[in-house]
Ligand binder design. Structure first.
Ligand SMILES: [Zn+2]
Ligand SMILES: [Zn+2]
Length: 385
């Protein structure tokens, strides 16, 4: 692999005509294969040869046009914000800032932050909007007409912005396993780091998609004494995986009384921590308020959408002295732990990865993850250019 990378790097430094095969989203549910020029790499930039790109619920929403409808993104653009790959060229300033060299394997953080604003300086760099105040300053969401346009993981190459944050991957880690790094990092930050989950805690995880299952792994790793996961009857395969990853109890939310089950399991005490990772549905947040213990913590991570409101009983929050945290994205500390768990892989994490597709089958990959293809039970899906 090193020789091949050195070859590409040498090619890129000389007179060259390097192109990247890319999948460009041109309209709702429409992706086109194109070939784009790879521009030279500046001193503070780099070039990533994408080995694989994970897909999540945001990719599905983007594919279906939900973000365009809200004015968050504009077509055309190259999607893909969960890429892992090999650095084929790194400018000297970038090498020193990122602590990497050509030939290193890395996973990217999606967000581009300025590092200078009040938000960045107070530690919330993943919430910075200074690099691109309009839209989302993130790989996979920037339009083709922003700079060189090679900002997405549905591509052979990503031309790296100077403000990129990345994490090194072990050379031997299988690509498909590596592509679940963001799902696992989400579970680590949302189910453990933010609520400060401690040894012996009871953790209620509302939702059993990628983020819910990542939360199960994280809670187990943190030493939670009791892990309870909810899902729908249609999620039977995910609930089974949750149990085999370490969940002690699973609840079928469309067939059982979630709060009554949690209270029975905890002998009336309630859960120490409740994590909501269910998109769109407001009910899990209401369940969380009832099912956490007095003094418990709720983490809200499931995006409900602009038209959905949760009717919260604030008196219950007040009398139970519940702490509610909103969370968005993962962050450096969670990525580091995610990559450590993937490298150690003592949990059989490859079981989270169910499907992989070549780049040109991006639409089929998205439909598979989105449950649009009968008979395919997907959890983590990746694209391999
Ligand atoms: Zn994602
Ligand atoms: Zn900033």
């Amino acid at each position: 692999m090193d020789t091949q990378c050195a070859g590409i790097g040498a090619l890129l430094k000389g007179e060259r005509d390097v192109k990247s095969r890319v999948m460009v989203q041109v309209a709702d549910r429409r992706l086109e294969m194109r070939s784009l020029e790879v521009p030279p790499v500046g001193p503070a930039e780099g070039l990533l040869k994408v080995e694989g790109c994970g897909l999540c619920g945001s990719d599905i929403e983007q594919f279906r046009g939900h973000f365009t409808a809200k004015g968050i993104v504009t077509y055309p653009l190259i999607p893909g914000h969960e890429p892992v790959g090999t650095l084929v060229e790194v400018g000297p300033q970038a090498a020193s800032a990122w602590g990497v060299k050509a030939g290193d394997r890395v996973a990217l953080e999606p967000h581009l932050s300025c590092g200078l604003c009040r938000t960045c300086l107070s530690g919330g760099y993943h919430l910075c909007r200074a690099v691109r105040p309009v839209g989302l300053p993130s790989y996979g969401f920037l339009p083709l007409d922003f700079g060189h346009g090679l900002w997405g993981g549905y591509s052979e190459f990503i031309h790296l912005h100077p403000r990129t944050v990345m994490h090194k991957l072990p050379l031997g880690m299988p690509v498909a396993l590596a592509t679940i790094y963001q799902a696992l990092a989400a579970g680590i930050r949302w189910a453990v780091q933010v609520p400060r989950t401690a040894l012996g805690d009871t953790v209620l995880i509302l939702g059993c998609g990628q983020r819910g299952l990542g939360s199960v792994v994280a809670a187990k790793e943190a030493g939670a004494g009791c892990i309870i996961v909810t899902g729908l009857a249609a999620d039977a395969h995910k609930l089974a995986l949750a149990r085999s990853l370490g969940a002690h109890h699973t609840i079928v939310a469309d067939q059982e009384d979630v709060v009554a089950r949690v209270m029975a399991i905890t002998h009336g005490a309630g859960a120490d921590v409740a994590v909501d990772v269910v998109p769109a549905a407001p009910q899990p947040v209401i369940h969380a308020v009832e099912a956490v213990r007095v003094g418990g913590t709720i983490v809200i991570a499931g995006v409900k959408g602009r038209d959905t409101r949760v009717s919260l009983d604030t008196d219950r929050v007040l009398f139970k002295e519940i702490t509610i945290h909103g969370v968005y994205s993962q962050g450096r500390a969670a990525y580091e732990q995610s990559l450590r768990l993937l490298a150690e892989n003592t949990h059989g994490l490859e079981r989270l990865h169910t499907h992989e597709f070549p780049l040109e089958k991006a639409a089929e990959a998205l439909m598979t993850l989105g449950g649009e293809i009968a008979g395919r039970e997907a959890i983590c899906v990746s694209l391999h250019p």
